[in-house]
Design a protein around this ligand. Sequence first.
Ligand SMILES: Cc1cc2nc3c(=O)[nH]c(=O)nc-3n(C[C@H](O)[C@H](O)[C@H](O)COP(=O)(O)OP(=O)(O)OC[C@H]3O[C@@H](n4cnc5c(N)ncnc54)[C@H](O)[C@@H]3O)c2cc1C
Length: 367
Amino acid sequence: MAMDVLVVGGGAIGLLSALNLARKGLSVTVVDRQHAGGESSWAGGGIVSPLYPWRYGAAVTALAHWSQDFYPRLGEQLLAQTQIDPEVFVTGLYWLDLDDQAEALAWAKAHQRPLQSVDITSVYNAVPVLGAGYQQAVHMRGVANVRNPRLIKSLRAALLAMPNVTLQEHCAVSGFSQEQGRVVGVNTAQGALRAERVVLTAGAWSGELLATLGLDLPVEPVKGQMILFKCAADFLPSMVLAKGRYAIPRKDGHILVGSTLEHCGFDKTPTDDALASLKASAIELLPALADAEVVGHWAGLRPGSPDGVPFIGPVPGFAGLWLNCGHYRNGLVLAPASCQLLTDLMLGNAPIIDPAPYAPQGRLGVR
Ligand SMILES: Cc1cc2nc3c(=O)[nH]c(=O)nc-3n(C[C@H](O)[C@H](O)[C@H](O)COP(=O)(O)OP(=O)(O)OC[C@H]3O[C@@H](n4cnc5c(N)ncnc54)[C@H](O)[C@@H]3O)c2cc1C
């Protein structure tokens, strides 16, 4: 018998979509061409906010706000279920020397977000390791970061514990199988898999897969590089961001500094230039890092989409096929709302938010 749902791609979006659907009693298989969660969802920083939330439109904002409220509960649920802690760490975030501070504050007022302009002396008091010379800052309390590699691990463990879930890893999907205008499964290196419905959650690779159906999905890889330091656990009490670069403290003193934004196809080789540039930014933000060792340097491919608005919903003209992809720079923060919205739509329940802005209908080209 065909399973209910086949999820193609086991990043944060695929795994959480699968978990939501499986919790509703559906039989779900997640297929990933490697170990699940090894791509962008592992590589990201895990800030539970868009980097500059006021620069996004209403569609991203709606998903972000729902998700931000939900994240602590998601962390607690996963910890209780799997004993793996995704470490949702509420540190707050300081933005330093913004060019558009007035716009940021106006946006916060309109959306009732706790973003405030703060005296720079109070910032240096709160974050004594901050580099000298910053003139102004805004602060948002309550902003968290999630330790995304642990989030993935925990999601994967939660799925493996469910009798109605199959995780098929190291199994690449090459295309979709169709019968009478309906998508009825996928083709893989290990043979065909059938399902009532297929959800495409293949991150930056989603466009390639949809192209096999003659559809043009505007999702393209955008490379991001990141470096990692290990400091004392109390080294950095808050996330800080200046000139597009940020530092994220984990609970155990690891500090992530990111990130680059590079349009160079599917190549994700870390480069010496990026290493030097990220190190320079790290030292400008937090001069003490000049004496710290870089303990990690990697790159990931974000699923870039126009205005960062993900595609969530059914694919017109291909009954049985659904999308949840194209989350660009915000896939970790947007995951809870995106996956809940997909679940609502697939089950015919009242959606948590208006699904119209994310609908694939009218946003896909024909090749
Ligand atoms: C440096 C960097 C920093 C970031 N920082 C943040 C941040 O602070 N906050 C935030 O919210 N977001 C951040 N992001 C973005 C976030 O990581 C992504 O938006 C998110 O992880 C996308 O999740 P996904 O599940 O769609 O894609 P992915 O995690 O890339 O998962 C896609 C999966 O599909 C699988 N796949 C692909 N093709 C096939 C195939 N043919 N067959 C089978 N499986 C396939 C892959 O193996 C992979 O596991 C960052 C990203 C980067 C790179």
